[in-house]
Design a protein around this ligand. Sequence first.
Ligand SMILES: *Cc1c(COP(=O)(O)O)cnc(C)c1O
Length: 307
Amino acid sequence: MLVPFPIPNHVLDHPLLEEKGLELVIKRLDLVHPEVSGNKFYKLKYNLAEAQKKGLDTLLTFGGAFSNHIYATAKAASSENLNAIGIIRGDKITPLNPTLQAAEESGMELHFISREAYRKKTEIHFIQDLREKFGDFYLIPEGGTNELAIKGTSQILDPEAKRQSHIAVSIGTGGTFSGLAKRISKDQFLMGFSSLKGNFIHVEIDQMLKKNDINPSGSYSIFDQYHFGGYGKYTQELIEFIWWFYEKFGIPLDPIYTGKLMFGIWDLIKKDYFKAGSKILAIHTGGLQGNRGFTKMTGIKLPPPSM
Ligand SMILES: *Cc1c(COP(=O)(O)O)cnc(C)c1O
């Protein structure tokens, strides 16, 4: 079983927060485990336990070339002595980027498939073909979101978090948001910041909550205006914000998820979105392994992970 390290809560100290009468705390899930970082720790935890319970010694999952989920699955599998197969979208580019290289070095078997084939990844026949090719395996969907992942992410908030009025988190597939939605109490407001462009996310989240029988006690809202052009897209302003945040608070962010989340929260603070007295808890979902690959690809330097 994956065991979490103690997770620090960092209370931010800044004149703007004082001026607006706000408390802003960062829950550092990026420090939950030296290898299986962030929300992926929680999403994988019960899936690995389930694979072991079923006596399956191989995990198979899907992802893009920079995927935090691929990286985390590779690391989690190796720490639990399981085999891992990663089906990667697109052509193999050598040398491998830091994400895929680390996954491979951890023992993950990488298979590259075309974007067209990748689109079939949830179809029964496609999965059957994979079973014929690789033998039996425990399947984890792209991004790692399933029922057991939501069970895991519903444990991110500890009882102490009840004192917070607002909980804020980044959204990719929404698995983490859904777990938090299951857990919030009736006077709490859950804010999801979508890292993808488009308003489809509102329907998708509603469907995910319904499918998993989640009726949040508190209220929630999804913010879809902080995507910076779409998934994996960025602007100079975002990069500058990430560096500003690191220099002010010593907390590294990534440009795909947590940078956009914190930019959004800070922007809303400036715009007086939060009433004085609000206690905001922002979940740092990790993702810092991707910073090296981002720098390699773009030449843009980013803060290093803290562990
Ligand atoms: C995967 C990931 C997310 C998105 O999580 P979902 O459960 O898919 O919404 C957010 N932040 C980071 C750093 C991630 O790696």
